[in-house]
Write a protein that binds this ligand. Structure first.
Ligand code: HPA
Length: 274
């Protein structure tokens, strides 16, 4: 695995001059942030050695190197999902490559279903914690000691300082934000009414099919994480007879995306130069 990571990061280093300090993973319909990046290099996932190839409609599958708010960044437009059939090692491979390239911080976005009754479709939720409901953990198996410890500490999966700064940025820019717990599970099915209820009862505010594996892998390597969920639909199992569709999720995500992009941009601007 280490050799594979080195091979991919070595290839990428041969393609770009700047060393990224920040990694960014953008979820479905949330790729607009890349328009703010002054681009040094764009690579399709399928031209990167050992990278999996993204399959889902609407996920663009590009790795973008450039400068954002004075910081060197590497951004993934589209991610690898467990439900596509990838192993947890494949889903999280790009995070390990980004660490090898030098990132200190990882910013993640996703589309999620709202479980908290106070949420509305189109809301942004700053992720303050998560619950892993995937049937696997990316760190299962032999520990890669060169990357991190056998039993990684998870008391602050999402960086508290970044969360506080993001709330301040949202307030200054009159953007409504919620804060909450994200539960990640495999999909690809959306939840049944009973499953939505289950997730609410176990303490989650939003549910989706990503982010948790990437954050686990990043924390293993001591990368600070910041995540935002765009609430694309509401789970109201008792009285919602309108099914959630993938089209609806994409549409709401695209509408809410500029607000999320603004928070990411302004937050990245506050990061110390590495
Ligand atoms: N459930 C799971 N994943 C999702 C949802 C949802 O309701 N909405 C967007 N991604």
């Amino acid at each position: 695995m280490i050799e594979k990571i080195k091979k991919t990061s070595g290839y990428l280093q041969s393609q770009v001059k700047a060393k990224p300090a920040v990694g960014i993973i953008l979820g479905s319909g949330l790729g607009g942030l890349v328009n703010s990046i002054s681009v040094e290099k764009i690579l399709d996932y399928n031209e990167i050695p050992a990278f999996p190839v993204s399959t889902v409609e609407g996920h663009k599958g590009k790795l973008i190197f450039g400068n954002l708010e004075g910081k060197n960044v590497v951004a993934m437009q589209g991610r690898f999902h467990y439900y596509e059939g990838y192993s947890m090692q494949e889903v999280t491979f790009p995070v390990r490559v980004m660490k090898m390239l030098g990132i200190k911080h990882l910013f993640l976005s996703n589309a999620a279903g709202g479980l908290n009754k106070a949420f509305e479709a189109g809301d942004l939720m700053i992720i303050r914690d998560h619950i892993n409901q995937f049937p696997d953990n990316p760190l299962r198996g032999k520990n890669l000691e060169a990357l991190g410890s056998r039993f990684p500490e998870m008391s602050e999966p999402y960086d508290k300082t970044l969360i506080a700064k993001a709330k301040k940025i949202a307030k200054e820019n009159k953007i409504k934000v919620q804060t909450g717990v994200y539960v990640g599970s495999s999909g690809p099915t959306l939840e049944t009414p009973a499953e939505y209820r289950h997730f609410r009862i176990i303490g989650a505010d939003a549910t989706g099919m990503s982010t948790v594996p990437e954050v686990i892998t990043a924390r293993h390597m001591n990368i600070t994480c910041f995540g935002i969920s765009v609430i694309t639909n509401l789970a109201e199992p008792e009285d919602n007879d309108l099914p959630t569709t993938h089209d609806e999720v994409q549409k709401v995500a695209e509408t809410a995306e500029p607000k999320m992009t603004l928070i990411f941009r302004k937050l990245i601007a506050t990061l110390d130069e590495q």
